[in-house]
Design a protein. Structure first.
Length: 123
């Protein structure tokens, strides 16, 4: 049966599945970065680091308040899963700092990914 995803009330996110390599189609509906995110040199070059927080079948608003106030939340849909990220960092070291913050806020399964020309890979 087809249930409307909007019927769900989200209290927290469960990690359902982790897929190490993701190809993001160019015509994806979801934008790679949340609105208001800064465009760094790395982003212009098409390469930046993010921290994957969760993968869920539930579509959740890309708002920091839904993700323990972590910055620059973004979402990508892969099949029936939505993957949620924080950050869009120019350097791996900046992403590592963000990863430590995410883990301290309870995202114990979080990990760094690199997005290069629209393809997201586990670091």
């Amino acid at each position: 049966s087809n249930r409307d995803i909007n019927d769900f009330v989200i209290d927290d996110i469960d990690i359902e599945e982790v897929i190490p390599d993701i190809v993001v189609p160019e015509n994806r509906v979801d934008k790679p970065m949340a609105s208001g995110a800064s465009t760094s040199t790395a982003v212009k070059n098409g390469t930046f680091y993010k921290v994957q927080l969760a993968a869920s079948s539930k579509k959740i608003e890309e708002s920091p308040s839904n993700f323990k106030n972590l910055p620059k939340i973004s979402r990508v849909r892969i099949g029936n899963l939505y993957k949620y990220f924080t950050g869009a960092e120019a350097t791996e070291s900046a992403a590592r700092e963000l990863l430590a913050t995410a883990k301290s806020k309870g995202y114990t399964e979080a990990f760094i990914v690199i997005e290069k020309n629209g393809v997201i890979s586990k670091l």
